[in-house]
Design a protein. Sequence first.
Length: 206
Amino acid sequence: MSLCSQERTSTIFDVGDPRVTVSPSITGSGAAQQLHLIIKPLDVGLDTSLVVTTDRRTYRMRVKTSRTKFMPYVSFTYPEDAQAKWDAIRTREAKQLRDNTIPQTGEYLGNLDFNYKISGSAGWKPVRVYNDGVKTIIQFPKTISSGETPILLVVRKEGGLFSKDETQQVNLRTQGDRTIVDGLFDKAYLVIGVGSSQEKVTITRG
């Protein structure tokens, strides 16, 4: 008779007839360790009871012996253990989702692409840039003031040795310290000011 993995029992079993012996056998180790009970009748025609108490449950069985009929192996299903395993899986999945979700926005990290390079020395330089496959999110330092909001110039065509990049200003939406751009881009400039007072940050994807 096989018990549940890691189930423990005492060496004393309540057997209704001394002509039925019970001895333990253990297979596996660690979390896979399993206890088996070897039930051996010493005579035929017996009809008695066997009670096995473990640290999880009590097994009550009727033992009948015959010269020709026998059951070589007995095992059990444990609905509560199966439910506990499903609960553990759901708890682990929920924790993984929680640990990989940005609390402020509810965005799952597995759905986001952070493969951006940010270059420039402006004090308002973004702390990170990422996209969710549909829109691009630019996160600025929390210390940035509303008067410092830069414009975004997306590079439509890179210039050559004697020509400038072709850029297009795109609309932005602001949510706290995050600026949201509808769509994706490979290269863009964040710009504040003009001439000698201009500050510029370059964002490059990949």
